[in-house]
Design a protein around this ligand. Sequence first.
Ligand code: SF4
Length: 229
Amino acid sequence: ADLDELDRAVSTCRRCPRLVAWREEVARVKRAAFADQTYWGRPVPGFGPPDAALAIVGLAPAAHGANRTGRMFTGDRSGDVLYAALHAVGLASQPTSTHLGDGLELYGVRITAPVRCAPPANKPTPQERDNCRPWLARELSLLRPTLRAVVVLGAFGWQALLPVLAAAGWEVPRPRPRFGHGVHVRLTGPTPLDLFGCFHVSQQNTFTGRLTPAMVEAVLTDAKAAAGL
Ligand code: SF4
């Protein structure tokens, strides 16, 4: 199986009843500003080339962002911050990501998430996180030949990712390294993998100044170098 097949398969998944109901309800009711649009309303596949050297792991699609547009971090404020930073450090062809077909390309980067369906209040349950884990595991195993670094946005993604990396053969230290902004851990395994922690690019973090564009760019710059990009 290749990544295209995986992307098609994940976008039909209905394993979590609560999330299926929510993603479809949001897609039907819509936000007034997007009333004329057809929402995606399905699980959101990863975005970026199949031979990426750097993966960015978030949390889950936003109800009116990726759940509307069908592409990770596309069409919401979190994505505005992330894609501007990716462009600033030379990893994206343009600073904005508004809709499928907007021409955006990522250079050596794949953006994905441990939970693929928009959850109420951006909070998946532990069961939903576990249900979704095989999708991320399969995606990372397909990326493994080229993957050299991962940027994890937030503690949820960090905690969801470490077991996946351990199962895929990377040596994750015990006790498991804790998430923090600026944390950098090098894992050994099939190939060395540099893990970087970054606060999530959520509005809660960026509007309050807990996370600034310069902080995101600094982590991405380190990760880009570690990935050899
Ligand atoms: Fe399937 Fe993951 Fe969506 Fe659950 S969250 S329905 S496992 S794609």
